[in-house]
Write a protein that binds this ligand. Sequence first.
Ligand SMILES: Cc1ncc(COP(=O)(O)O)c(C=O)c1O
Length: 344
Amino acid sequence: MSTIDFDNLSFAYHKTNTILYTEFKNGKWSEIESRTDDYISISAFAGSLHYGIQCFEGLKAFRGKDGKVRIFRPDENAKRLRKSAEYLGIEAPSEEMFIQMCKRIVKENIDFLPPYGNNASMYIRPILFGSNPQLGVKSSTECVFMMLCSPVGAYTGGALEAIDVVIARDYDRAAPNGSGAYKVGGNYACSLLSLNKAVKLGYKAVLYLDPTSRKFIDEYNSSNFFGIKGNSYITPLSDSILPSITNKSLEVAARELGMTVERRPVPVEELGSFEEVGECGTAVVITPVHKIVDKPSLESDQETVYTYGNGLCGEKSLALYKYITSIQYGEAPDKFGWTIEVEL
Ligand SMILES: Cc1ncc(COP(=O)(O)O)c(C=O)c1O
């Protein structure tokens, strides 16, 4: 039984009942094992440890108002994992296997799924990595696929609490024509130095510019960017950002709420004309941004500051947030068939 305090969850690791484990070897996946120990044994020569041959996903399961358990758009995560695996040149699980494993991990850890009513949920973390011993730099021929989970609350400590972020013009998250659009661990490694420096300066996230011209907004270290101007939801078009499933869902939500959607390059100067700005991603759907500080370098005292609202979530961002979360929590009809129910 879980002894977790579901009312005070952040985005952190909790030991659950099981993890799911399977290996791709000799052209096929092994039988999926439920393991109670989340320590695994792999070769010290595994390509993932040396060359970052690794990709992952993040999605959530929710306990609904009606008691039902729903997973939000796992088919999209399965497709994105396949794209990441193709980028790395490794095998990926089929969409069917991915979704089966999502359902199974939730079912086996159901006592860790937070109850309805406190904005908490079960975070599901699929991870795929090259596992055969190798010395040369090449795609792994064998890999491990695991499905992990952990109960989570709001990422930043409080859902819809506005944050301050910084543009670090002396760092890029991704290279031009590089891996920015794939969910590979290397992208996160590339963001850590700038993120650590930004956190020390009191910022919650880094907002990166496009690495080619540094004239347009790309995305944050772990979420996509959106801005609201008049009745428009505006989000960057860039080939170096992760195609966020939340952002894709928010675009639909915006249209449903009578807004227009613009996915296009967003020049940095346009930050001065948005009424609301936010981050979006699986972790909390939307985190409103209060302040964006643009610095020539993180060490510089020179800065241009853009401020939005009064520290609370803007009206349109809140409506978008509610549109998505009410489907996730079974409070509104799932008219687009986004959720998959877990039979308990
Ligand atoms: C770099 C990055 N961008 C965007 C997102 C948002 O993607 P999604 O909405 O699919 O969670 C994430 C993950 O949450 C991310 O790590």
